[in-house]
Design a protein around this ligand. Structure first.
Ligand code: SIN
Ligand code: FE
Length: 293
């Protein structure tokens, strides 16, 4: 499986030629990863001193940043340390936005920048429920934030300072995976989406698409045989490398590593060059009905 498209740039603020831009958008929408082996994110010594899982809030998996509100969550760090950490993550938010805007111009006018995260904990040995276990292959779906089909595009950078790679597994194409698990998705309970929104458990009403994507996420994580035997490849991302991927489409699992920066963007299906490749359209073909409602 050829899952990676490599780019040589070492600059966040740069201009890509047309061949690179076309190749990037085609590769992404086909479910491949864009890989930038030389695109490191510079981190100062002052910032590195805050590289420790001890600053994570007990219940949080990541430290997260809301670029719209300039607000950091999930950390116990106070005082000057908080401003330093926030500054680093805010800089990453700006750098990734510049990169995505110049590499993927068709998405520029409707790009929605969501949370930025700093992930300081070591993946190996992390105790979690199966649902939160990112060592199992899965596609991303948010239980409290319905997307109604909008895409989840994520930029990741390994900022480990001790030479530790981030090791991922990548699974088979979305359609092959969806064909196996979609028939197992139960129907939503009548009134459930309305109730979840009324109780503010979800931010807005959960669409049929969100219902299906959440079940696919859980079904594939629960299927240990699939996890073991389904087609997959391993990829090591060394420190100083960056990668971009549609995580709602690409089956992925993070097996080991520590210290990662991540930025999430949402993009409407209508902005895609080939909307028919989106999970929404694939699932609508499988179900024979509209799901963004
Ligand atoms: C994930 O999105 O499943 C985890 C990715 C990572 O932390 O490397
Ligand atoms: Fe994920």
């Amino acid at each position: 499986m050829d899952v990676i498209q490599t780019f040589t740039t070492d600059q966040w603020h740069t201009v890509f030629d047309e061949a690179d831009r076309t190749c990037a958008i085609q590769a992404l929408e086909q479910g491949r990863l864009l890989y930038f082996p030389r695109l490191a994110f510079p981190v100062s010594d002052e910032e590195t001193q805050l590289f420790s899982p001890t600053w994570l809030d007990r219940s949080a998996k990541n430290i997260s940043y809301d670029p719209g509100r300039d607000q950091l969550k999930g950390t116990t760090v106070q005082g000057p340390g908080a401003a330093i950490l926030r500054g680093m993550v805010a800089r990453y938010a700006a750098a990734t936005r510049a990169l995505v805007e110049s590499l993927l111009p068709p998405y520029r006018s409707c790009l929605q920048q969501a949370r930025t995260s700093f992930r300081p904990s070591e993946i190996v040995g992390r105790k979690t429920s199966f649902r939160k276990d990112d060592q199992r292959l899965h596609t991303d779906a948010f239980s409290s934030r319905p997307t109604r089909g909008a895409r989840i595009l994520r930029v990741f950078t390994n900022v480990n300072r001790e030479g530790m790679d981030r090791l991922w597994r990548i699974g088979e194409p979305f359609e092959a995976y969806a064909k196996q698990f979609f028939p197992l998705v139960p129907r939503p309970l009548p009134g459930a989406a309305w109730l979840l929104a009324a109780l503010r458990i979800t931010k807005g009403r959960r669409s049929l698409y969100d219902h299906v994507m959440l079940h696919l996420h859980d079904l594939v994580k629960q299927d240990l045989r699939y996890q073991r035997e389904a087609p997959q490849v391993q990829i090591s991302f060394p420190p100083g490398s960056t990668w971009i991927v549609f995580t709602d489409q690409v089956l992925h699992a993070a097996m080991s590593g520590q210290y990662l920066l991540e930025q999430t963007f949402h993009i409407p299906v209508s902005a895609q060059c080939e909307p028919s490749r989106s999970p929404l359209k694939v699932l609508e073909r499988l179900s024979g009905r509209r799901l963004d409602i």
